[in-house]
Design a protein. Structure first.
Length: 324
């Protein structure tokens, strides 16, 4: 019985396993990252994964470790620890908590949309959850101050509630199905407020842009605008199937005898349908744009362009991390 050959210490586990320049590669990556089963892993499993990853990065390869085991450890590690600070992230803020948490909150928003207090309460819960997620997944070299966090949280909650209540009063005289879309409009509006506010520092000071080898060339606010726009689009895209498909199904079901006989099944059915949509929509919408986004040098601000031209006149494209 021969020992399996030891793994080379050259696999780059800082990058995802699959090619991130293709949609399919990004989708596979995010299906791993958002897998809700990661929430059930014990503290010991997480620590073990951390040990494997840190040892491997330091050049120590445990005997008998296979490539699949190494990647599995990397994805477990990434699911629970912050990439920049290395601290263990809040459970509800992790990407793997997105589906179960959003499924519960969105299901309830879609079920209890008829009364004003319910609209207020669930929009507030949703924005509080968003604030936790945005804080947990913040970028390491631009920490958010508590006052910025507070401002973004209050503004997004106010925006969502105002949109929801405003639209709710407008839809009173329209067909019932339209009223069911009010929560989606409110969530979309809140995302447009919440994400730019959470990342206002990047819009003011810019985000780091690099060449393809990761050498930092400066900070650009144009890159920050593009990054934040892409994140807003993918967040709204994530919410869209879950908030657009179940209302149509529920509207049809509520007219049937079955739900009239068992009205208490309304919420669980709604939550289940939303969950089914989110399991696919969350990773697929995260995958819409490459995490390492790029833009032509000619689209940057004039002063940043000038500085880059000085260093490297031939350079055509710069890269930046768009955030999630």
């Amino acid at each position: 019985q021969k020992m399996p050959p030891s793994l080379p210490a050259t696999i780059n586990i800082r990058e995802p396993r699959w090619d991130q320049s293709t949609f399919l590669g990004r989708a596979k990556h995010f299906f791993m990252v958002t897998d809700p089963r990661n929430l059930l892993l014990s503290g010991a499993t997480l620590e073990e994964a951390r040990r494997v990853v840190e040892d491997y990065r330091a050049g120590t390869v445990p005997p008998g470790l296979t490539e699949d085991q190494l990647w599995r450890a990397k994805y477990i590690y990434d699911s629970a620890f912050h990439p920049d600070t290395g601290e263990k992230m809040l459970l509800v803020g992790r990407m793997s908590a997105q589906v179960p948490m959003n499924m519960t909150i969105t299901g309830c928003m879609l079920t209890f949309y008829r009364t004003t207090p319910a609209v207020l309460f669930w929009q507030w819960v949703n924005q509080s959850f968003n604030a936790v997620v945005n804080y947990t997944n913040r970028s390491g070299d631009a920490p958010i101050t508590p006052s910025q966090l507070g401002t973004a949280y209050v503004s997004a909650t106010t925006g969502a509630v105002v949109t929801a209540l405003g639209l709710k009063s407008l839809t009173k005289h329209l067909p019932a199905i339209i009223g069911r879309y009010v929560p989606f409009a409110a969530v979309a509006a809140a995302n447009c407020i919440n994400i730019p506010l959470m990342r206002q520092r990047e819009l003011k000071l810019g985000i780091p842009v690099t060449d393809e080898n990761g050498n930092r060339l400066g900070e650009s606010t144009a890159a920050a605008q593009k990054a934040i726009f892409q994140v807003v689009v993918s967040r709204i895209g994530m919410a869209a199937p879950a908030m657009a498909i179940p209302p149509v199904i529920m509207n049809a079901l509520e007219k049937r005898a079955f739900l009239k006989r068992y009205p208490y099944l309304n919420a669980p059915l709604q939550v289940g349908l939303v969950g089914l949509c989110l399991v696919f929509a969350t990773p697929l919408c995260c995958a819409l744009f490459p995490q390492k986004s790029s833009m032509p040098v000619s689209h940057l601000e004039p002063e940043v362009q000038a500085r880059i031209r000085e260093k490297d006149p031939q350079l055509e494209t710069v890269y930046f991390n768009k955030g999630l």
